[in-house]
Every structure is written in structure tokens, then in C-alpha cells.
Design a protein around this ligand. Structure first.
Ligand code: AMO
Length: 431
């Protein structure tokens, strides 16, 4: 016999049956001759009701445990007119599996809200609150929806290294690690490796990976370790790459809406799934901003404030920005032939936040060397990468969705840290 025969949500449909449940004491109410415990597991809460003289004394005595004690309860599901769910649990045995030996740091019932830092310091307790549990169920659905869609688009799942020799997204933001006699770095993005795979003939690849950015700023939308969901595909145009990104985002949102109705309700989130996402060039948006009286210089990146203005000017907050100035994009972004100051890079802003970024890649070694040098990078350090383009590299495009930001936005959260189990920011490396 295992610890449980059913989850609480299943047991609620089994009135009259003998079952064994296991979970946490959520609430306790002691009326002397009548004892109530709200028993909680991952699937819900059921009221355990014991009456003196009717249930065994040992069960009644064990029901005085403090909240968050881990217990196993054997007994029968009974109809109840008093309980909201229409049923309650009559215990024959109430077994304590692990007594508390410290004070629970905050209320799991959510009655007394706790500070985010206290919650993150005690994440395994925080995960038991309905809201946090809902966030990570949504995150799991989003992660699986990405995988499901990527596979259905014909992509192969790959794994790439976290310890690397060179930067991909700009030199200053690297975490250095001592790698035997050499210096190495934690990877900023799987960029170079996913490209090598499509050059290698894998055609379309995808991955879900951690990335590390030693950015010193402290914002509500940046972490120093983030999770990216990446795709890279050969023989596709930038427009087709944006089509893929649009289809993946819509699929992720659709699955979240279908599979997470109760989680989204707990989070108070009315999730809308767009049928289509508008596309604007960078230049078009700069013109729109200036026409609306917001002075904005062509060739600079949009700040959080300008993005907020863009939402106002456009009247919506989910859109693609295509054809960026080459100088402000990463070296691997392909300049437009005949108009090299613009490149085939694109971003996706979802509900006002950049959640994805990508580009058609430079697949000609000479252009790549120029692009590296223009950004003060040494092509020698990228020789394994540059040389791969000399021996049969097809045109290719790709992008990456920030999973933490996507979860944050889908769940309607204010701070990215809430969307990550164990966030890493400038000051937090524990737990
Ligand atoms: P980029 O650096 O724009 O592009 O990252 C892609 C997406 O990852 C998320 N992201 C972050 N989320 C939280 N904290 C961070 N510090 C952070 N940095 C990035 C964002 C962002 O849109 N190699 C390219 C992608 C490509 O071209 O395929 C890249 O990494 O949601």
C-alpha cells in the first residue's frame, strides 16, 4: 500500500468509498467534541470531520496538529450539506508523517500576505499557496506548449553547452568561470550552437535552456539567470521566422487558456488569445512616435518609457517590430541587401514587454567578420563559428522567447521573480 490511493480532487467524486489521502494540514478547527481539518494536496482541499464517539479517539487526538503538518488520512468520503464541495472526509485513521519542528514562516492560506523576499527565501512554503502553485502550473503548460508546437513544426530538440569561450550578446555581460587553466564563461545564449546545428543540416532545431547575463541593473523584468525557448531554422525567410514565432506564441496562449482556466482564475487573469499579431517596422514606429509628439531618434533602442508610449500611440501592446537599425543589433543579424544600416532582426512585444527577439543570420563569412569587428569583437575568438560558414552554411533565421517573461505576462505578474522558482538576481543566489 502506498501513501495515497487518490488525490483529493478524485476522492471528491467517490462519495461512499474508502480511500487514503495524503497532504498538508491547511486549517484546523477544534470545537471540542467536533474537530475539523482542511486537508490539502496539489489538487485541492477537503474537509476532514471527526466527531467524538463516532471516530476513533486516536484520529481525533492526531487532528490537533499545527498547520502545514504532513499527514496521511484513511477513511470514507461522505456527502455533506455544510461543505462547499458537497462532501467531507470521515477519518478512520489520521497519521502524522512528519511533525513540524520549526515555525512556518508565513500563512500558506494567503490570509496574511508575505513580502516577496520572505516568500523567495522560503520558496518551498510559498509554492503551497494557491497563487504560486497556479503560476508554476501555467509555466509548465507554456513550456510543454512550446515543445509541442516546435515538434509539430518539424524541429528537432537539441541540448547545447552552458560553459563557453565567447560572448554572443555583447561582451560586457559575461560571468567568468575558471575552467582548469583557462578562463571560460557561462553562456549568454545558445545562439552560436543552434546556428551550428542548422548549418550541420539539422534544418530546424529547438531548445529550452538557461542563459546567464551579468547585467548589473535591478529591474522587474531582468534576471541574471533566465530561461529561453529558442528556435533556429535553415532555408526560411525572416517573414517565415516571424510567422513561426507568431504561431508558437498563439499556441502557447491557447494551451494556457484551455488547460489553466482554474489557475488563471486564481491569478485574476483574463487571458486574451490574439488571432493575428500586427507587424511594424522599426522606422514606422519611430515615425509614429515623432508624429505623436514623442521626440525619438532613429537608431536608438526603445526604452521602457517609449514602449509605454508606443502602446498609447498604437492602441495595442502586442506587436512585432521588424527591420531594426543594424548598429543596435547583435553581430549575427543579417543586414538588408542594398540598405545595410537596416537588418532583418525582429522583436515581439507582448502586452507591452519584449518577450522575444530574433533575426535572419549572417551566413556569409566576410560579412560576419566585418560585423564582429564593427562591434569591437575579435573574429579570432569566434573562429570555430566563422569557419563553419565557409563550408556550406544555408541561409537561416531564428528567435528566442524568454520563458520567465512569457510566464510573467501570461500570469499577469508585476515582477519577473514571481515567475521563476528560484530567481537569480544581483543579490539573490539562494536558495
Ligand atoms: P535576447 O538577448 O533578446 O536575444 O533574449 C531573448 C529573450 O530572452 C529574454 N531575456 C531575458 N529575460 C529575463 N532576464 C534577462 N536578463 C533576459 N535576457 C533575455 C527576453 C528576450 O526577448 N540570441 C538571441 C535570440 C535569437 O536571436 O535567437 C537572444 O538571446 O524575453
Amino acid at each position: 500500500m502506498g501513501y495515497r490511493t487518490h488525490y483529493i480532487s478524485e476522492a471528491k467524486k467517490l462519495i461512499g468509498s474508502e480511500v487514503t489521502l495524503a497532504g498538508w494540514v491547511h486549517e484546523v478547527r477544534d470545537l471540542g467534541k467536533l474537530k475539523f481539518v482542511q486537508l490539502r494536496d496539489q489538487t485541492g482541499i477537503i474537509q476532514v470531520t471527526a466527531k467524538q464517539g463516532r471516530e476513533p479517539d486516536a484520529a481525533l487526538a492526531a487532528m490537533s496538529q499545527p498547520k502545514e503538518t504532513v499527514v496521511q488520512v484513511k477513511g470514507k468520503v461522505a456527502e455533506s450539506k455544510m461543505a462547499d464541495s458537497g462532501c467531507e472526509f470521515i477519518p478512520s485513521e489520521f497519521i502524522v508523517l512528519n511533525e513540524l519542528s520549526a515555525k512556518v514562516p508565513f500563512e500558506v492560506t494567503g490570509k496574511v500576505p508575505a513580502e516577496l523576499d520572505v516568500r523567495l527565501d522560503n520558496r518551498s512554503v510559498d509554492m503551497r499557496t494557491a497563487k504560486t502553485a497556479a503560476i508554476f502550473r501555467v509555466r509548465s503548460v507554456l513550456a510543454n506548449a512550446f515543445r509541442e508546437k516546435a515538434l509539430s513544426l518539424g524541429c528537432t530538440e537539441i541540448q547545447t553547452p552552458c560553459i563557453v569561450e565567447a560572448a554572443t550578446e555583447g561582451g560586457a555581460d559575461l560571468f567568468k568561470v575558471q575552467y582548469f587553466e583557462k578562463d571560460a564563461y557561462l553562456v549568454q545564449s545558445p545562439q552560436l550552437y543552434k546556428q551550428l546545428c542548422v548549418i550541420g543540416g539539422m534544418d530546424k532545431v529547438f531548445m529550452t535552456v538557461p542563459v546567464f547575463r551579468a547585467e548589473k541593473h535591478n529591474t522587474l523584468t531582468h534576471l541574471n539567470e533566465a530561461t529561453q525557448m529558442d528556435i533556429e531554422a535553415a532555408f526560411i525567410t525572416p517573414d517565415e521566422a516571424v510567422d513561426m514565432l507568431e504561431a508558437v506564441l498563439i499556441h502557447c496562449l491557447t494551451r494556457a487558456k484551455e488547460k489553466c482556466a482554474s489557475e488563471l482564475a486564481i491569478l485574476g487573469r483574463d487571458l486574451q488569445v490574439p488571432a493575428k499579431i500586427p507587424r511594424h517596422t522599426y522606422t514606422e514606429l519611430v515615425e509614429k512616435l515623432n508624429a505623436a509628439g514623442v521626440k525619438f531618434e532613429w537608431g536608438t533602442d526603445f526604452s521602457r518609457e517609449t514602449e509605454a508610449k508606443l502602446t498609447e500611440v498604437l492602441g495595442y501592446s502586442t506587436y512585432f517590430i521588424t527591420k531594426w537599425p543594424t548598429a543596435i543589433r547583435a553581430f549575427y543579424s543579417m543586414p538588408v541587401e542594398g540598405d545595410e544600416k537596416i537588418c532583418n532582426a525582429y522583436d515581439l512585444n507582448y502586452e507591452g514587454l519584449e518577450i522575444s527577439s530574433g533575426a535572419q543570420r549572417v551566413h556569409k563569412p566576410e560579412i560576419l567578420i566585418n560585423a564582429l569587428q564593427a562591434r569591437g569583437l575579435n573574429p579570432e575568438e569566434f573562429s570555430f563559428y566563422v569557419n563553419a560558414f565557409r563550408v556550406g552554411a544555408p541561409p537561416h533565421c531564428g528567435w528566442s522567447i524568454g520563458m520567465d517573461r512569457l510566464t510573467m505576462k501570461v500570469c499577469g505578474l508585476h515582477n519577473i521573480r514571481e515567475a521563476v522558482l528560484f530567481p537569480r538576481d544581483r543579490v539573490r543566489v539562494r536558495p
